[in-house]
Design a protein around this ligand. Structure first.
Ligand code: ADP
Ligand code: ZN
Ligand code: ZN
Length: 749
């Protein structure tokens, strides 16, 4: 039983950055835990504070510590739960308590009252129809037509929603106000993106399969059984409708719900579906909110003004007092893992938060992560399935093109003969197509264009990465060899790094099909705030024939007129030096393929590859998740990778190369020693690998080295992490070296 409590005082006064230590009186030692609200002496006053840590480590002179008075009686404030969650995150993912606290609780901003503007239609129905017809005739008034159509539907629209989600410029709104087509109403209140919408309570009648899934969850809820469910449902099987029904049930029970959706899929259409059903009980969070707006959303949740919080990862920390349900859509997405300390995974953290609240968790995906499906197979999650699309649309036909054959036949273009033929055909039929380049991170691998051979690490079975010095390096173990000049397998000289960008492809397509209207969506074209949705909107309006892009284009909107999807080089994601490579490839291919044939016309999918026999490609072609899973899990088992084992990456960084080298060796040495001496680790199978250079071994003049630890039990890794944290703390060898921990990383290092 711990003797000391580290306490932060009165959060609402911005004292997030300091803890104070108190003695825990003996009679309270069993009750004082992380997150508990306690009464403490502070200066000459008595105030309250939250216990953020209980420990046996004294931070000051014991004689100078004061005992805390009491545990505060009465209702448990919501913050205590989030603090307990932060403590859990700190323990399980590393970093400081402050970093964890800042992740779960937004810092209070002094916010002045905010003006909220709403647009109101001033025209009668007839006048509106007449004006709309006029706008629709003229190419230059497309935006006006769009706004008017939306206003005719809703009568009132939130100003920021119109500018941010519909992309109507303030100038246009102003001129419509001048022409007395609309009025702008101003009011002051909480910043709420879509406050004035009336809930229409609109909902579809679920089909039998959807209803069965809903019943299975709600029956448990009603009996007070909370679980984690994995809803595996093909795209278009009606998962979102299922979520909404579960949310309605949750609200009817007097509880609240959190819905996590990857930011990139958080489009106007998605958000409107929730508003149409639940009205202003909904709030959204996204990365564009200012800290002040973020804090307002936090208050609205805390005050009980809303019941549903929708948003990316961080929406998980909405301070609902009676949380009943957490939904994580597209649960396989890597964006659910934080890339900053604490590097938490939203799925695991959601499950922990749900456990604290006795709430249910529903994970949804058409292509569940290997982690989740494995957990479902182990009986940890309950598996729910939707195997058919709502409107019985057939899945598209899918053909694999062997690029090695194309090369043999003298076609050195990135567009295979078959793909060119189909593109020609679709252009003639005025149908649309998407060309997809599944680039991911740094694709530094080398492959042979004649036989498909890829240079791999003999120890780790991941691709070696090309370095500038002409050597091939493994980022899991540091193994190196010189880059080959001819293929070790077939002797061909066509062995090289894989380089092709979306820009190059755009150029090739425009040369080959001068008549085609081509749009490109990638990191470069989506830098500005709303360009992502603008491009999607342009394509949806059929103002372009071809959309070329990276993974960004496989999410979000439905394009019924798309009847051809070309995946240009499936290999690009297959050989990145990351043990998830096959899983990501399968997910991307399946999702990209799912874009074709969503309208009335059937669709074709072309997958181009140098490795037509790879299981990730074959199973994606067949849209056969089970078969992919079986083969992938075998690989993970053989190599002791997650989800079978757990993996901890210790990343050391420094501007001083020499010091980094020294410190990393120190960490490694101390790890080796700990494995030998730590009692709790005796008899455990633990692999220590490294130190090696990180995939990107130098960023902005900061050098990066990694150490890997593999073991079956996650808690072994937590224990080792704690030992390392203690070792590093106040150790002068680490003055200029930063050490970070990443548990089961999602993106290779
Ligand atoms: P998913 O989230 O699995 O991709 P959605 O919930 O978006 O699927 O549903 C796909 C489409 O089918 C949507 O346009 C939705 O409105 C429609 N839909 C879903 N359930 C039903 C239903 N029970 N009856 C009619 N249409 C439905
Ligand atoms: Zn070869
Ligand atoms: Zn290796």
């Amino acid at each position: 039983m711990a003797k000391y409590a580290n306490v932060i005082v009165d959060i609402s006064h911005e004292k997030l950055d300091k803890t104070f230590q108190y003695l825990i009186p003996e009679e309270l030692q069993s009750e004082v835990k992380e997150g508990v609200l306690v009464e403490i002496p502070f200066g000459h006053r008595n105030i309250t504070g939250y216990v953020v840590e209980v420990t046996d480590e004294v931070e000051f002179e014991e004689s100078r510590l004061k005992p805390l008075h009491n545990i505060k009686k009465g209702s448990v404030p919501i913050e205590s739960q989030l603090i307990a969650l932060a403590a859990w995150m700190r323990r399980n993912y590393g970093g400081t308590m402050n970093q964890a606290l800042k992740t779960v609780i937004p810092i209070k901003q002094k916010t002045k009252a905010i003006e909220r503007k709403t647009l109101r239609l001033l025209l009668s129905r007839e006048e509106a129809i007449h004006t709309l017809a006029k706008y629709e005739e003229n190419k230059r008034t497309v935006a006006r037509a769009k706004l008017l159509r939306e206003l005719m539907e809703e009568m009132e629209l939130d100003y920021t929603l119109v500018t941010q989600k519909l992309h109507i410029s303030p100038a246009i709104i102003k001129s419509l106000e001048k022409e007395q087509i609309l009025a702008i109403d101003v009011s002051t209140e909480y910043r709420n993106p879509v406050n004035h919408l009336e809930s229409k309570g609109y909902h579809l009648t679920l089909n039998e399969r959807q209803q069965a899934v809903v019943d299975q969850v709600t029956e448990n809820m009603d009996e007070g059984i909370s679980k984690t469910y994995l809803l595996k449902g093909v795209t278009g099987s009606g998962k979102t409708e299922v979520y909404m029904e579960l949310i309605a049930h949750t609200i009817a029970m007097g509880k609240q719900a959190i819905v996590l959706i990857p930011e990139i899929a958080l489009t106007y259409q998605t958000v409107m579906r929730f508003y149409n059903r639940f009205g202003d009980k909904v709030s959204i969070m996204n990365s564009r909110l200012s800290p002040g707006e973020r804090y307002d959303q936090y208050l609205r949740a805390k005050n009980g003004d809303i019941d549903i919080m929708i948003g990316p990862r961080s929406a998980l920390f909405a301070p609902f007092s009676n949380l009943g349900l957490i939904i994580i859509d597209e649960e396989h997405e890597t964006s659910y893992k934080s890339e900053t300390v604490p590097r938490y995974h939203a799925r695991e953290t959601a499950i922990e938060r749900a456990r604290m609240n006795h709430a249910s968790v529903v994970l949804g995906s058409a292509t569940p992560s290997l982690d989740s499906y494995y957990a479902a197979k182990q009986g940890e999650y309950e598996l729910l399935e939707l195997t058919q699309r709502v409107q019985e649309k057939p899945l598209p036909t899918c053909e694999v093109i062997d690029l090695r054959e194309e090369l043999k036949n003298g076609n050195r273009s990135i567009l295979s003969e078959k793909l060119q033929m189909l593109m020609e055909d679709r252009l003639n039929k005025k149908q649309q197509m998407m060309l997809f380049l599944n680039r991911r991170g740094v694709a530094g691998f080398m492959s042979c264009r004649s036989c498909g051979y890829v240079v791999k690490c003999p120890h780790c079975d991941v691709s070696l990465s090309q370095h500038n010095n002409g050597r091939m390096v493994c980022h899991y173990c540091g193994y190196e060899e010189p880059a080959p000049t001819k293929c070790p397998s077939c002797g061909s000289k066509y062995i090289s790094g894989f380089k092709a960008g979306t820009q190059k492809i755009e150029q090739i397509v425009k040369e080959r099909f001068p008549q085609a209207r081509v749009l490109r969506m990638d990191f470069d074209t989506t830098r500005t705030k709303d360009s992502y949705e603008e491009i999607l909107q342009t394509f949806a309006n059929q103002e372009a024939d071809v959309l070329i892009g990276t993974q960004m284009i496989v999410k979000g909107h439905d394009f019924p007129n798309v009847t051809l999807v070309g995946i240009l080089a499936a290999d690009m994601s297959l050989h990145v030096s990351d043990f998830h490579a096959a899983e990501r490839t399968f997910q991307l291919l399946t999702q990209a393929a799912g874009r074709a044939g969503r309208g009335d016309e059937p669709g074709d999918v072309i997958i181009q590859t140098y490795n037509p026999e790879h299981y990730a490609i074959l199973t994606a072609q067949e849209q056969d998740y089970e078969s992919f899973y079986e083969q992938e899990v075998t690989y993970r088992m053989l190599m002791s990778y997650p989800p079978i084992w757990n993996l901890l990456v210790i990343m050391c960084t420094s501007e001083q190369e020499g010091q980094l080298e020294f410190a990393t060796k120190k960490v490694f040495g101390h790890l080796e020693k700990t494995l030998k001496t730590e009692e709790r680790l005796q008899g455990e199978r633990i692999q220590l690998i490294g130190p090696a250079n990180a995939t990107i071994s130098k960023v902005n003049d900061v050098y990066r080295k990694v150490i890997y630890i593999k073991t079956k039990e996650y808690q072994n890794l937590v224990l080792l992490k704690e030992q390392m944290e203690w070792y590093i703390r106040d150790n002068k060898d680490f003055q200029n070296v930063s050490v970070q921990f990443d548990f089961n990383p999602m993106n290779g290092f």
